[in-house]
Design a protein around this ligand. Structure first.
Ligand code: ATP
Length: 298
């Protein structure tokens, strides 16, 4: 695996607000890495720091295993700074202007237009494009110069369902070509459809990071209660296989990690003189937790 990005302990405050709070994560080459969190969780601030638009208060990051330099920065394309296109110019002529700004030739223009599915409309004026097409042209402009990493901030914001599908399919196509992509989104569905890996942010802190498949993996949690909750808690602590016990209202939650069934635990507790008043097996996934988190007000 080849490290593309490493963030360590990044922190940024705005007055009393901690926009990012000790954030660490790593992105490897070829990953489509989703930064998922509700509004205000620090996604844009993080991307701004990575693109040298915002200065962090603390922490470091490196691109391609090196301290961020102007040269490394040229290997990264981002829609955060996407250009304002001229409405009366065609896609081709708008991209020629971008090529001039980037100091590169025009030879890649047809290829990127093909890639984003706008080649057939390359001579149409920008103002005649749908929102989805405009967003695809923005992505085409980011692709100019063949950057090694693409950064998208909420790429489907403001698009209608068709535009959303167009952009998601384009991201999936780019990913299939092995392109490394970092994508910030507040939509679980979007991240699940397009990303290979995810970091979940809440109030600037990372709650989880790992492969996208980990989100839908179910864990089994046993809900227990008895008339004497303290006796139940201490009996549970005596059982070696039980490593974490959580309290939720009147219930104690125990992760069985597949080591025992509800009936077996009931038997163990019965031997310790505990009569359970409630015993239930709950299937829980990180996905459900994340959905709840994304619905919470910032
Ligand atoms: P959204 O999806 O709404 O853009 P986000 O996850 O990208 O949210 P940020 O835009 O990074 O979150 O904001 C994180 C926190 O920092 C928020 O509480 C926001 O109000 C605050 N913040 C961001 N930029 C500034 C700024 N320039 N001045 C003051 N506060 C800011």
């Amino acid at each position: 695996m080849q490290e593309v990005l490493k963030i360590e302990g990044l922190t940024k405050r705005y007055g009393a607000i901690r926009a990012i709070d000790g954030l660490s994560l790593e992105v490897q080459k070829g990953q489509v890495f989703g930064i998922l969190g509700p509004n205000g969780s620090g996604k844009t601030t993080t991307l701004g720091i990575l693109l040298d638009i915002t200065r962090p208060d603390r922490g470091t990051f490196s691109w391609f295993g090196q301290k961020p330099t102007h040269l490394a920065r040229r290997r990264i394309g981002a829609t955060l700074e996407s250009p304002v296109f001229y409405p009366y110019l065609s896609a081709i002529n708008n991209l020629k202007i971008i090529a001039n700004i980037k100091g590169i030739g025009y030879q890649g223009i047809d290829d990127v237009l093909e890639l984003v599915g706008l080649y057939g409309r390359r001579h149409s004026k920008f103002r005649t494009y749908s929102l989805g097409m405009k967003q695809r042209l923005a992505i085409a402009s980011v692709l100019m110069g063949d950057p090694e990493v693409l950064i998208f901030d909420e790429p489907t914001n403001g698009l209608d369902p068709q535009g959303i599908a167009e952009i998601r399919n384009l991201i999936i196509d780019l990913a299939r070509r092995g392109q490394t992509i970092i994508l910030a989104s507040h939509l679980l569905d979007e991240v699940q459809k397009t990303c290979s890996h995810v970091a979940i942010l809440r109030r600037g802190q990372k709650l989880f990071s790992g492969p996208i498949s980990a989100l839908s993996k179910e864990t089994e949690v046993l809900e227990l209660s008895s008339d004497d909750p303290e006796k139940l808690a201490s009996a549970l602590k005596e059982i070696d296989e039980i490593t974490d016990i959580k309290k939720e209202g009147n219930l104690l939650l125990v992760n069985s990690r597949g080591r025992f069934t509800a009936a077996e635990l009931n038997g163990l507790l019965h031997d310790k003189g505990i009569m359970l008043s409630h015993l239930n097996l709950r299937h829980k996934s990180l996905e459900q937790e994340v959905l709840k988190l994304l619905e919470e007000p910032a």
